[in-house]
Design a protein around this ligand. Structure first.
Ligand code: TNX
Length: 666
């Protein structure tokens, strides 16, 4: 009897097994998957047929594409079907064949990316694809019906090629990588204070001079290399071919010419377009925001019209990004013409001067049939056309503010979407948005937005600012990929998949089982195993005060004492002997280690060069516990500490400022 029961159970279990199908690990997760019980086998030497020629061209990098639809070896079929919405596709695997349907190229492309993920990962093996060899071995997949479409039409990634020159071939590899996750916009940040990287035929010096810093360039060397001239720029032919490369991967490139602030490189080549105010020209290391285009100078607009004539001839995108972030209004205040404009128009804020500039940009771009994209500061002026795309970067509140004002908004708050930030406080990266690990990115959601608000959200974007890229690439091999993957894959799913289908544990499983092996084959690195957030923040609260005057707009130290997103505060002057920074804890703290940091490692001389650290158990008497070395000190195990202070022991640090950071405890 017992034997019989056991055998019966065995039979039942194996019967169940034959219909048991593994879920497909697709990222971003499709909106609807229905698994069948059958196995679909693709034969050795199988072929693909595509009714769309462009899709056939794209697929021929990976598969045998047949020229004749009646080819008996054809088992995978791409065809057009006008009834599906843009970018949607269906994928059906059954009866020994796979069929992918969409209403146009974007949908077919998305279907192809899903196909790659349900085939063995070596379908994208870079070594094979790079040698022009196709995938044609026998393989099996489960039968399935997929109906899929994106929740948001804008699924973007930003790349700052101004702070660090990135060769075209590397940008192509990047475009190819992100296209596999159905990202469809590349926001290319071509111009900033530190470089001008796009060839402009009418003003060749912009790129010839502005594309390089250090050495005999008028642009000071910053970030990483200080002892040589370095950089580069992109010719118009290179950029046109990049546009085509991206379009074949369903990616539209949106170029950014960052104006009217962040214009130092432009201003070094053409100082006549900046406000005619005498600025402090002392050398700086790191950011130099001492510039702004003169809004009252008509010559500025004809110059920019010429520039956009060329920019729009290279980039066909409907929107052109013109910046608008972090403008230093103080230059307009001291400019005789811009301050007169302010007075004569009865303005109440210099923001309105920025709006005057942006309205002119709107007019110029309209002349080329294009629309504006701006950063959220420019949206605060409220006067721009509601067709403007506003990129909300400051924080989630700024995003919601822009949505509420009726702008078409791209959600990219730094504390979720800035992939230049560190992924734990024990590895390199920028710090000012706090730790941004993949789980933080994945948790981004628009919960609480009303249907009317959601109407104004066009999508999401990840940002990769590259001030630290060169320096940190020396510390971590493949730092570029390491910062982007898997965080951008998480954001791709946020933008594509309905919230109700998203789940972090399930996302982790799909990454580990299916996506990391695919990235391995693609030759793309990634930051696996994002750690659980470390004990980086102090509890209880602390108050930070200092003898240093701080730089606007951080006029107090709230930003670092509340452990908000901003952990660094800039001072207005360099160090003086006896300067102090005091961290007072509301409750005594105990720790295994405390790390105290001044400066940012990527900005030379922004730290306290000579100094020491003192601790207090009662809040009033202090004892010396460490010396600073390279602006840092680590304290060992201590308990019941009420306050810590850093004291400066000598004048000067060789720069005009210093950076205060929040202590980290472990
Ligand atoms: C802020 S985001 C900036 C950039 C920096 C970035 C560094 C924005 C519009 N401005 O200029 O590169 O932070 O994280």
């Amino acid at each position: 009897m017992r034997f019989l029961t056991v055998s019966l159970v065995c039979v039942l279990v194996s019967a169940c097994k034959s219909v048991q199908v593994e879920p497909l690990d697709i990222v971003p997760k499709p909106q609807s998957i229905t698994m069948g019980a059958e196995v679909v086998s693709l034969d050795r030497g199988f072929r693909i047929w595509s009714s769309d020629r462009l899709m056939g061209d794209y697929l021929s990098q990976y598969f045998h594409v047949c020229t004749d639809s009646t080819d008996r070896r054809a088992q995978v079929f791409f065809s057009l079907s006008a009834t599906l919405p843009e970018e949607a596709y269906t994928l059906t695997a059954r009866d020994g064949r796979v069929e992918i349907c969409a209403s146009g190229y974007p949908g077919l492309f998305n279907g192809a990316q899903t196909l790659f993920q349900i085939l063995p990962p070596d379908v994208l093996d870079a070594r094979r694809v790079g040698r022009g060899k196709v995938f044609s071995r026998q393989c099996t997949l489960p039968s399935v019906d997929i109906y899929d479409y994106p929740c948001f039409s804008y699924r973007g990634q930003h790349l700052d090629v101004a702070r660090t020159y990135i060769p075209i071939g590397r940008i192509e590899k990047f475009i190819d990588d992100i296209s596999h996750f159905k990202i469809n916009k590349l926001h290319l940040h071509l111009v900033d204070d530190e470089a001008w990287r796009i060839e402009i035929k009418k003003y060749p010096e912009l790129a010839l001079i502005g594309g390089y810093r250090g050495g005999d360039s008028p642009i000071f060397p910053t970030f990483c290399d200080f002892d040589k001239k370095y950089g580069g720029y992109y010719t118009q032919d290179e950029l046109k071919s990049l546009v085509g490369f991206a379009a074949a991967r369903n990616i539209e490139i949106i170029p950014e010419i960052d104006l009217p602030g962040h214009s130092m490189a432009l201003g070094k080549v053409h100082p006549e377009f900046l406000c005619p105010v005498s600025t402090d020209t002392a050398r700086t290391a790191g950011y130099d925001l001492r510039n702004v285009l003169c809004v009252s100078n008509e010559a500025v607009y004809s110059f920019l019209d010429d520039i956009f004539a060329e920019v729009t001839s290279i980039f066909p995108s409907e929107h052109i990004h013109v910046g608008g972030d972090e403008v230093r209004f103080s230059y307009w205040k001291s400019c005789p013409h811009c301050s007169e404009l302010y007075r004569s128009r009865g303005f109440e804020s210099y923001k309105q001067v920025e709006t005057v500039f942006m309205k002119r940009m709107e007019e110029i771009l309209a002349g080329y049939g294009r629309k504006l994209s701006v950063w959220n500061e420019a949206g605060e002026g409220d006067d721009l056309s509601k067709e403007t795309y506003v990129h909300g970067w400051k924080n989630p509140e700024a995003c919601r503010d822009m949505v509420g004002r009726g702008y078409k908004t791209i959600i990219m708050p730094g504390e979720y979407c800035y992939f230049d930030m560190y992924q734990s406080d024990r590895e390199p990266g920028a710090v000012w948005n706090g730790v941004v690990d993949v789980w933080k990115t994945y948790s981004l959601s628009l919960e609480g937005y009303s249907p009317a608000e959601l109407e104004n959200v066009v999508g999401f974007e990840g940002a990769f600012w590259t001030e630290l890229l060169a320096h940190n690439s020396k510390l971590i091999p493949n730092y570029f990929d390491y910062q982007l993957f898997p965080r951008l894959i998480a954001l791709a799913e946020v933008a594509w998949t309905r919230d109700s289908l998203r789940n972090a544990d399930d996302f982790r499983l799909r990454l580990e089982k299916s996506i990391y092996p695919l990235l391995d084959k693609m030759g793309t690195s990634y930051r696996a195993d994002a750690p659980a957030p470390g004990p980086a923040r102090l509890t209880p609260q602390m108050k930070c005060t200092t003898s240093f005057p701080l730089y606007e707009p951080k006029s107090d130290l709230k930003c670092i004492s509340e452990y908000g997103t901003e952990v660094g505060a800039w001072t207005k002057r360099c160090c003086r002997k006896s300067d102090w920074i005091l961290y007072e804890f509301t409750e005594p703290v105990s720790f295994n280690a405390m790390e105290l940091v001044t400066g940012y490692h990527f900005i030379p001389r922004a730290h306290i060069v000579f100094g020491h650290v003192e601790a207090s158990y009662d809040g009033s008497t202090f004892i010396k516990v460490a010396d600073l070395e390279d602006g840092r000190a680590s304290l060992g195990k201590m308990s019941g500490v009420k306050a810590i202070r850093i004291i400066c022991d000598a004048d000067g640090n060789g720069s005009d400022h210093m950076i205060i950071q929040c202590p980290r405890i472990y």
